[in-house]
Write a new protein. Structure first.
Length: 193
């Protein structure tokens, strides 16, 4: 009985330690787009979490019906404090146009666009590490659309390396399972009476 209890306890610790590193991405409500140029009509932007359990977490975003000319779209996100790590996003256009700028901003909330630039990169990919706990971020992307079309992409959230406490729980879980497996009942010796 004691071995079974030790096995259950060890398995629980191992499971708890493994899930502590999973990310938890929350999208904000400020998902929008803007454009410049005469007769420009902003597209319809949307972002959705497609995997909030696996590693990495995944988000897909799309700015549809973007008109020709400069088009900027964005979405806000928040990452749980126990899953700080790296944010990476890749942007494409259809039909093929020039992606002029990708930006990661902070200082906003779930309903406002961030104001402080953390990273600005030309081209189609942005990667940023060391996200700050309890902070809203804005990922903003700009393209010069040759004709009307869409801007879309994928974002991934890789959790940070597990904290020492998480490693300790995992090791304790493995040790407990090993101890439970090793302990066996010794056969009782027959007594001569």
């Amino acid at each position: 009985m004691r071995g079974a209890i030790l096995g259950i306890l060890a398995g629980s610790m191992l499971a708890f330690g493994a899930t502590a590193a999973n990310a938890s991405v929350t999208l904000g409500t400020a998902i929008g787009s803007s454009c410049t140029g005469s007769g420009c009509v902003a597209g319809t932007s949307a972002a959705v979490v497609t995997d909030n359990v696996g590693i990495p977490n995944k988000v897909q975003f799309d700015d549809t019906n973007a008109s020709a000319g400069g088009q900027t779209a964005w979405f806000n996100f928040f990452v749980a404090p126990d899953a700080l790590g790296t944010f990476s996003a890749t942007v494409t256009t259809f039909p093929v146009s020039t992606v002029t700028m990708l930006e990661l901003l902070t200082g906003g909330t779930s309903s406002t666009v961030g104001t402080t630039s953390l990273m600005t990169t030309p081209g189609t990919q942005l990667t940023y590490g060391n996200l700050t706990a309890n902070t809203w971020y804005t990922f903003r992307y700009t393209a010069n659309m040759a004709t009307a079309g869409s801007i879309s992409g994928n974002a991934t959230f890789y959790p940070a390396v597990p904290e020492p406490a998480t490693w300790g729980m995992m090791l304790l879980g493995f040790a407990g399972m090993g101890l439970a497996m090793r302990r066996r009942r010794r056969p009782a010796l027959a007594q001569i009476a």
